[in-house]
Structure formats: structure tokens, C-alpha cells
Design a protein around this ligand. Structure first.
Ligand SMILES: *Cc1c(COP(=O)(O)O)cnc(C)c1O
Length: 383
């Protein structure tokens, strides 16, 4: 089966040609003129829809926002200067003193760091690493205002039961927000499973060429408007028109890139799973049991990411293995056309580390070099 929905592929391909040009013009303007002051004042009351000032709405950025909203099946979307811009504005805008956030699963590190800053303003949080709905329910408190999660996570790609979490949250009047970066807007549709808000770092697969940063929030018009008023406009992590243009260009090839990266990453994952120096491969398509069932239910496929725990004595030997790879760049981030390798741990996690993120784990982002060449490279590094 083609992992990408045919309608989605067309939305990506036609992104931004509404103005008649095959690629949209870049409206490099910070402000927009009106005939009268009254018209200006009227527009200021609707700054999320009308172009008044580019810290609010810009036509080029708007093209990208409308495209992402269509892909996510959302009423509205807003684009930010980075994924963290979207995440921080959302948490800042929707939480207040006395509220509690439950973070489920593996969460992007800076998101947790931002939640720690919010503690200074009376917003508390806790974490739940279990994937079972009973454990998640037990971790809620009377003050829980939001359940925030990632599925798949971005290091071990563990899945959480999205529809079950959203049903539980709705019953308790709790907001749900998912970071959908790993799945991209093409491989998983969280709003259709009941989520209130979807967040993305567009820096990864949507941009796809390691040349621009971006973030997005999608959801109901009402929630996106609240984040716009209380977070976007005030914190100012605004997407630049040129970045929106690059991201629209990235979207056009996202279906094609993902199709190849998905196939090649699966081939790499299968190779690693059969290698004697590999203890375990983390890739949703190779998972078993409940994780395999969730993968079949929730996702159309997985992207070009995988990780592996190697049968190596320590952290230093793991870094040495990564360093022996010739085709995998040593860089953070992922989702571009070049393959990358990174370690789960910057420093040796030491003897008392909890083992959740194995010390001999390496994550791979498969680019477009081709599975055969990447497997040959892994083979020589493991020899
Ligand atoms: C990279 C990333 C982010 C942050 O995005 P930036 O564009 O780097 O700010 C958030 N969530 C996940 C899962 C990410 O991988």
C-alpha cells in the first residue's frame, strides 16, 4: 500500500498555488494598508484572519497554515518560528496558575524544560511513562488541565493509545495536545482520533532539507485563536514569509521523500534486527503485541527514523560505532535528505540510570542515499 493518502499528496503538491503562480509570491511585508482608519480598526479586531501586521498574519505564512490545516483535518492552524515557538506559546496560552499538565511517554527535552519554567508561575506537571490507559488515568490529578504526549516518541518510537487517551480526557474535561512531528501530517491524523490540538516541528520532515526552522499548531478555530491572542502575538515567535515559502516547497516533495525514506528505513531496521551485534531495534513496524496493534490502528506507516540498542560494553564504544559510519552525518535533528546518526546520551549515563533510554542506543534518520549504501556503511562500521 502507498503509505500516503492520494488526496493528501495532491494537497502537498498544490500547496500555495492559490494566487495563480505555481509557487506563491513571498509577501515580504511587515504591515498592510487600509483605505480608512475605520477599516484598519475593524481589521485589528480580526488579526488572526486579516493581514494587518506580520506579527499576526502574513499572506505567505497563511498559505502554509491553510495547507497544514487541510492535511490535519483542522478548522485552523497557526505557524510559528520553530517547533518550540509553537509548543511554548500553546502551553503558555492555555495554562494558568494552579493547573497541572500530565506528560505521557517520551517527550522532547526542551518541552519538559519549558514546563519546568512554568513551575515558576504556578503551573505544575508530572510524567507518566506507561502506555496503558489505567496507569495514565491514575496519574491524573484534580488539577490536570492538559494531557500532553508524543506518539511515536522521537527516540524509541513508542506509541500511545491516542483515541483512548482522548476519550478519557474528554470524560474528565481535560485538553489533549499531541506532538505529531515524528509522524508528519501525512502518516497520522490525531484530530480524527479525538485530540484537541496537534503540534509540529516543521523543521524536520516538512522542511526536509535542513535549511529552515518552523513550527505549527492545528486544532479548533477557538483554541487556535486563544493561542494566537495569548501566545503567538505576545511572545512573537512568528514565522517569516521566506521560511513559509521554503516549507511550502518542502511540502511538495514530502510524499515522495517519505515514501522512499520509509521503505529504506524499514530495510535498514530489518538489517539491524538480524545483526548479531544488535540487541534491539526500535521501529514501530517491527514492534509486537499491543504496540503492533496500535501501529496498525493509528498510523499509515512510519517515517525514516529508527534506533537500535547495540551489544556494546559502554557509552564510549557506542559513540565509536557512530563515528565509524561514513554516510551518516553527526548532527542533531532529523528528517532531511541526508542520513544522520545521534546518541541518546551526550555523556555516559552512569550506573544508576533508569535504563529507559539504553546507554548503547543510536538513533538513525534515514535520508535519500539509498538502502543498499546505508546498509553497507552499517556493515563496515559493525565489522
Ligand atoms: C525538533 C522537535 C521539536 C522542536 O522543534 P524546533 O523546530 O527545533 O523548535 C519538538 N518536538 C519534537 C518531537 C522534535 O523532534
Amino acid at each position: 500500500m502507498n503509505p500516503i493518502d492520494a488526496d493528501d499528496a495532491l494537497i502537498c503538491l498544490r500547496a500555495g498555488d492559490a494566487a495563480g503562480a505555481v509557487m506563491p509570491p513571498i509577501v515580504q511585508a511587515s504591515l498592510f494598508r487600509f483605505e480608512t482608519l475605520e477599516e484598519l480598526h475593524g481589521a485589528q479586531a480580526r488579526e488572526n484572519e486579516v493581514c494587518v501586521y506580520s506579527r499576526g498574519t502574513n499572506p505567505t505564512v497563511r498559505e502554509l497554515e491553510e495547507t497544514l490545516a487541510r492535511l490535519e483535518g483542522a478548522e485552523a492552524a497557526k505557524c510559528f518560528a520553530s517547533g518550540m515557538g509553537a509548543i511554548s506559546a500553546t502551553l503558555f496560552a492555555l495554562l494558568a496558575e494552579g493547573d497541572h499538565v500530565l506528560f505521557c511517554g517520551d517527550i522532547y527535552g526542551p518541552t519538559i524544560e519549558f514546563a519546568q519554567r512554568l513551575e515558576d508561575y504556578g503551573v505544575t506537571h508530572s510524567r507518566c511513562f506507561a502506555a496503558g490507559i489505567d496507569e495514565i488515568e491514575a496519574a491524573l490529578t484534580p488539577a490536570t488541565k492538559m494531557i500532553y504526549f508524543e506518539s511515536p516518541g522521537s527516540m524509541r518510537f513508542e506509541l500511545l493509545p491516542i483515541a483512548e487517551i482522548c476519550t478519557l480526557a474528554k470524560r474528565r474535561g481535560i485538553l489533549t495536545a499531541i506532538d505529531n512531528t515524528v509522524a508528519t501530517p501525512l502518516l497520522q491524523k490525531p484530530l480524527a482520533m479525538g485530540c484537541d490540538l496537534v503540534l509540529h516541528s516543521l523543521t524536520k520532515y516538512v522542511g526536509g532539507h535542513s535549511d529552515t526552522l518552523g513550527g505549527a499548531l492545528a486544532g479548533s478555530a477557538e483554541l487556535v485563536e486563544r493561542v494566537f491572542r495569548r501566545g503567538y502575538m505576545l511572545m512573537g515567535a512568528v514565522m517569516a514569509p521566506f521560511d513559509a515559502w521554503l516549507l511550502l516547497r518542502g511540502l511538495a516533495t514530502l510524499p515522495a521523500r517519505l515514501a522512499q525514506q520509509q521503505a529504506d528505513a524499514l530495510a535498514v531496521a530489518r538489517f539491524l534486527a538480524g545483526h548479531p551485534k544488535v540487541r534491539r531495534v526500535f521501529h514501530p513496524a517491527l514492534a509486537e503485541g499491543a504496540q503492533a496493534a496500535l501501529f496498525a490502528q493509528q498510523m499509515r506507516g512510519h517515517s525514516g527514523l529508527l534506533s537500535a540498542e547495540f551489544d556494546l560494553p559502554d557509552h564510549a564504544a557506542t559513540l565509536a560505532l557512530g563515528n565509524r559510519l561514513r554516510l551518516f552525518g553527526k548532527a542533531i535533528s532529523w528528517g532531511g535528505v541526508e542520513s544522520l546518526v545521534s546518541s541518546a546520551h551526550r555523556t555516559d549515563p552512569g550506573p544508576d540510570h533508569d535504563g529507559r533510554m539504553p546507554r548503547t542506543l543510536l538513533r538513525f534518520s534515514v535520508g535519500l542515499e539509498g538502502a543498499e549504501a546505508l546498509i553497507a556503511d552499517l556493515e563496515q562500521a559493525l565489522a
